[in-house]
Write a protein of this length. Structure first.
Length: 156
């Protein structure tokens, strides 16, 4: 996988979720906040889009017809250690959250309750990543205990 391009000044987000309603809802919320949202319905499509880079952040679901979120996250991390990854999924067990964080995500929000938190979490992730010099990895990659302050898993 090719390395992703540096973060862009526009807030461009890859939203990978197999559920069309979830993609649409996330897209509307983020669009109203000034984000450009690029939707993806499968792991293969998300990998292809992520290879091209240029995203300020990536939002992943946990389940796809052609794979799962943690494996997708690891595949993205093979070529891109910088772009923040946020899971937004209905999988709410602590083991689901730990698998996502260990795979390389920085935060995990549980549907539908996490929708209220998605903008603040995404904004914080994007700001933190943009402040890092080129070549630095996104904060907390692969360690569920290394989340930046305020970026904890929301699963209530």
């Amino acid at each position: 996988m090719m390395l992703a391009q540096p973060l862009q000044s526009t807030k461009r987000v890859l939203c990978a979720d197999d559920d069309a309603d979830s993609r649409e809802l996330i897209g509307v919320v983020l669009h109203e906040a000034g984000y450009e949202v690029v939707p993806s319905a499968s792991c293969q499509e998300a990998i292809s889009l992520a290879k091209n880079g240029g995203f300020s952040a990536i939002i992943l679901d946990n389940w796809f017809p052609d794979g799962n979120g943690p494996d997708l996250c690891r595949e993205i991390r093979n070529g891109d250690q910088r772009t923040p990854i946020l899971f937004f999924s209905a999988a709410a067990y602590p083991a689901d959250i730990d698998r996502a964080i260990t795979a390389g995500a920085q935060a995990y929000l549980v549907k539908p309750n996490g929708l209220e938190e998605i903008l603040s979490t995404l904004s914080s992730l994007v700001q933190t990543a943009a402040a890092k010099p080129p070549g630095m990895t996104a904060p907390g990659i692969g360690k569920s205990t290394d989340r930046p302050a305020g970026l904890k898993a929301v699963h209530e």
